[in-house]
Design a protein around this ligand. Structure first.
Ligand SMILES: *Cc1c(COP(=O)(O)O)cnc(C)c1O
Length: 414
């Protein structure tokens, strides 16, 4: 159905291109996702599709895990099929069980909420601050009960969370674990250390909209031996995705390169839709929207996905550096238009997955102004507390405000 709809849209899109040529408007604008995919990544995807003989050999994934752990400054990293699965691995490693409570920012992605739901652990939502959109340390203390076991620190948009130290201090005083959600912030640093290494366990994401991508994929890391053992146990139990899933994911690498990155994506994208569109894997499945554990959940990463991840890891520093350079454009835009720049806390190096700005709610509802004046289509993370679902979260006024007003600009501008 999706495939049919996307192919059926080709005439309309190409007509618009003709109009853009005639009126001398640009044919492409910067994409928000899959922007670190290049020709070398799709070459790897094509090679893997030609030869399936080593799809389930563990060496390539082990190499990727070691390389990531080394690059990230962590003792161990475990490659799973998503940051969400990595979070499930963390809950397992921390020994969290039914009835336990974890404090989670009330401004997050549904897959985070689901990992708790699937484990029977209660997520207690607490408000964020509006400078870096992380968990606000202030209202946090009142959320702690005798059942609280952990706190989630979330580094959004590639910024290091403003209250990083304060939240960790509080958690240490109260005897709580700290889970770091670095899904947006792979490579960001605080005081010379990559985020994810100050708490107890951390997750990173290589999903299609993140700092690096294998379409689906991510890591769980830890530095403490007993937690490493817990993560390893989860991974060893986890099955690989089946061949059909891997095949679809490899096709999606190729598809997304042509849709979002290729310089001539205005027409190559449509061609790729015809060739690869029917294999596409999206960011979420319907079960996840409904809070039901999908059948393919909880998988570990197979070799061909790890091979692309290795290639992505080799480019991540350069792409993050480009994001930081491009953020200058948005700094200037904020200064010139009377908006506040996001906060970069002292001692931190952000990676600017996206550049978040609080604008007037009307400008979030309808951002045709941005396309017209800036040739970008901003992102809308997040449009609800448990994005993109409408699951209710009460008592988070700052999150309410971000939902109405926070848009984000792309930071890779090709
Ligand atoms: C994307 C994301 C995740 C999960 O990562 P996946 O790799 O997509 O499973 C977790 N937390 C946040 C804040 C995210 O945006």
């Amino acid at each position: 159905m999706d495939y049919f709809r996307s192919v059926a849209g080709i005439p309309k899109r190409q007509l618009k291109n003709v109009r853009n040529v005639l009126t001398r408007r640009p044919l492409t604008s910067p994409s928000l996702g899959s922007v670190t995919l290049d020709q070398d990544d799709i070459d790897l995807a094509r090679a893997a599709l030609r030869d399936r003989s080593r799809w389930y050999e563990p060496e390539e994934t082990a190499t990727y895990e070691e390389a990531f752990a080394r690059w990230n400054g962590s003792k161990a990293a475990f490659a799973l099929m998503g940051g969400r699965v990595a979070l499930s691995a963390c809950l397992h490693a921390l020994g969290l069980k039914e009835g336990d409570e974890v404090i989670v920012p009330g401004y997050t992605c549904v897959v985070v909420a689901n990992a708790f739901l699937f484990a029977g652990v209660k997520a207690v939502y607490s408000d964020i601050e509006l400078e870096s959109y992380g968990l606000d340390a202030d209202p946090l203390e009142k959320k702690i009960t005798s059942r609280t076991r952990a706190v989630v620190v979330q580094h959004l948009y590639g910024l290091v969370s403003r209250d990083y130290e304060a939240v960790i201090d509080l958690a240490r005083r109260k005897g709580l674990f700290v889970i770091e959600d670095c899904a947006h912030a792979t490579g960001a640093e605080f005081k010379g250390i990559k985020v994810g290494n100050c708490g107890d366990v951390a997750i990173y994401s290589g999903e299609q909209s993140k700092v690096f991508t294998t379409i689906h994929g991510g890591f769980a890391v830890a530095n403490d031996e007993s937690l490493i053992k817990g993560l390893r146990a989860y991974k060893e139990k986890a099955p690989y995705p089946d061949e059909t899933w891997i095949e679809r994911q490899l096709h999606t690498v190729i598809l997304n390169y042509y849709l979002f990155k290729h310089p001539q994506r205005w027409w190559r994208g449509d061609l790729a839709r015809i060739m690869h569109g029917r294999y596409r894997v999206g960011p979420l499945v319907g079960d996840e929207m409904r809070g039901v554990q999908p059948e393919h959940y909880g998988r570990k990463m197979p070799a061909p996905i790890a091979a692309i991840g290795m290639n992505q890891l080799g480019k991540i520093d350069e792409y993050n550096e480009r994001r930081r350079r491009n953020a200058e454009r948005w700094h200037r835009w904020c200064d010139e238009n009377g908006y506040k720049r996001p906060l970069v806390i002292e001692g931190s190096v952000p990676v600017y997955l996206r550049y978040p700005v609080l604008v007037e709610p009307e400008k979030k509802q309808d951002f045709s102004w941005a396309k017209k004046t800036l040739n970008v289509t901003p992102g809308v993370w997040y449009e609800s507390h448990i994005h993109p679902t409408e699951r209710p979260v009460e008592g988070c006024p700052n999150a309410d405000k971000a939902i109405k007003s926070c848009i984000n600009f792309p930071c890779l501008l090709d």
